[in-house]
Design a protein around this ligand. Structure first.
Ligand code: ATP
Ligand code: MG
Length: 421
């Protein structure tokens, strides 16, 4: 199948607009680095939205209006997409002058684009972005641009982190100096950039750099001060769970395949208490699920340690079972947090994870051992709130290992009904 960018180039040629269209943004970097193209940004002089709409129609793709005011639309076809924007200013040079960093301020004329034989002589590169790209340097286009849209300050750190580049000195100074301006930026945009940073395996160093530059306090305005110790250790454990959980790291890897969990676990470590955690996550407009996760991790940080202090040293007791019932798979992030906070309980956490996988989960697998239908059939009961109570009690008995078959479950219900009456 022909890549969407080539289909668009041919469409633009046919429509006679190819010389008004340019490949910009991350796609230019990817082409220069011979990387596979991910999302592709196109800038067009003139009627960008109109062209995007016509292109979507022609290829039977879908058209998504991204930003009417800025004239940006997305055309999607077979999982590939093309973001088409109206050119800022009246030429590609004026458009590039509005961009954030030099490696993002390059363009390739669409007419010259040949995937197999792209020649560097066609690259439009007014700020020497190609050199910075090959030398691993993040450099602002201009300080004025950072002032115009202070999100760019955060994007400096984002690109330094994702590309593992270093930030040029003047850019770094300007970013630090101008950081108070970040509070004026729409939080959704801030959160988006933060996600790019935090999801990286080695995000700690970027977060630490942002803290040292005084930027972190403008991102998490709820924090009076911010220690990164827990963040650092949690990230270290997340990167190498087999060091702590040995043979039981596979389910942990699997659990953290869901991107938001890693991000939210790391975020939760920044806050001194769960109210601040929730408040900050809500202000950052994170989803309900994410806010709950961050709040949950923050408020339950000490649960395993408390259990350890109270318990017999073995996780095979009712208190552990009730913790596992409450947390199920979320015991994994909780165990990681606990180890990070209190290294001496590492082996207890490991035992909990073994117990959870070896015993608790096998019991969960036989649930539901009886259903509401069984209650109707066996005991002639009519659906009522009592149903839920009985079924929950049976579930507890199974998880505690006191009931192992349907017969035993029904017998237990008989007993419950007798005492109820
Ligand atoms: P990615 O690989 O993450 O998509 P990208 O460079 O394409 O990287 P986008 O956020 O898709 O990043 O933005 C596309 C391009 O638009 C950038 O390369 C940059 O030139 C420009 N851009 C985006 N946001 C800004 C901004 N806030 N200020 C200036 N230029 C921006
Ligand atoms: Mg992009």
């Amino acid at each position: 199948m022909q890549p969407l960018l080539e289909i668009f180039r041919d469409f633009a040629k046919k429509e006679g607009i190819a010389d008004k269209a340019f490949i910009v943004g991350g796609a230019v970097r990817d082409i220069l680095l011979s990387k596979e193209l991910k999302d592709i940004d196109i800038a067009i002089i003139g009627e960008a939205l109109n062209i995007a709409e016509r292109f979507a129609k022609e290829i039977n793709g879908s058209f998504v209006l991204l930003d009417k005011e800025f004239g940006t639309a997305r055309v999607v076809k077979n999982g590939e997409f093309l973001d088409i924007s109206v050119m800022r200013g009246d030429s590609i040079l004026s458009d590039l002058s509005e961009r954030d960093i030099t490696i993002n301020a390059m363009a390739i004329p669409l007419t010259n684009f040949q995937p197999s034989a792209f020649s560097l002589q066609h690259l439009i590169d007014p700020y020497n972005g190609k050199n910075d790209l090959f030398n691993g340097i993040i450099k602002m286009v201009s300080e004025e641009n950072l002032i115009k849209d202070p999100l760019r300050i955060l994007r400096i750190y984002r690109f330094a982190a994702t590309l593992n580049f270093s930030v040029e000195k003047e850019t770094l100074n300007a970013a630090g100096r101008l950081s108070p301006l970040i509070t004026a930026v729409a939080v959704e945009r801030i959160t988006e950039e933060l996600r790019h940073i935090i999801r990286l395996d080695d995000s700690y160093k970027t977060i630490k750099n942002m803290k040292d530059a005084g930027i972190l306090s403008f991102l998490f305005i709820e924090l009076k001060e911010c220690s990164l110790e827990l963040y650092k250790t949690v990230e270290k454990i997340l990167n190498n769970p087999s060091l702590y959980f040995l043979d039981y790291s596979a389910p942990i890897f699997k659990y953290f395949e869901t991107d938001y969990r890693k991000i939210c676990l790391k975020l939760s470590t920044l806050f001194p208490d769960s109210d601040t955690a929730r408040q900050s996550a809500m202000r950052l407009r994170m989803s309900k699920k994410e806010v709950e996760f961050i709040h949950g991790m923050s408020s339950n940080r000490n649960r395993i340690a408390d259990l350890y202090k109270k318990g017999t040293g073995s996780p095979d007791n009712t208190a552990s079972i009730s913790l596992l019932k409450e947390f199920k798979d979320h015991i994994y992030p909780l165990a990681i947090l606990s180890i990070a906070k209190e290294p001496p309980i590492t082996s207890f956490c490991h035992e909990i994870i073994i117990f959870y996988n070896e015993k608790f989960k096998t019991k969960m697998d036989i649930l539901p051992i009886i259903t509401g239908n069984d209650l109707i059939k066996e005991f002639n009961l009519k659906p009522s709130p009592l149903f839920k109570k009985i079924l929950a009690a049976v579930e507890d008995l199974v998880l505690e290992g006191r009931v192992a078959s349907k017969e035993e479950a029904l017998k237990a219900v008989r007993g419950m009904l007798k005492t109820e009456m």
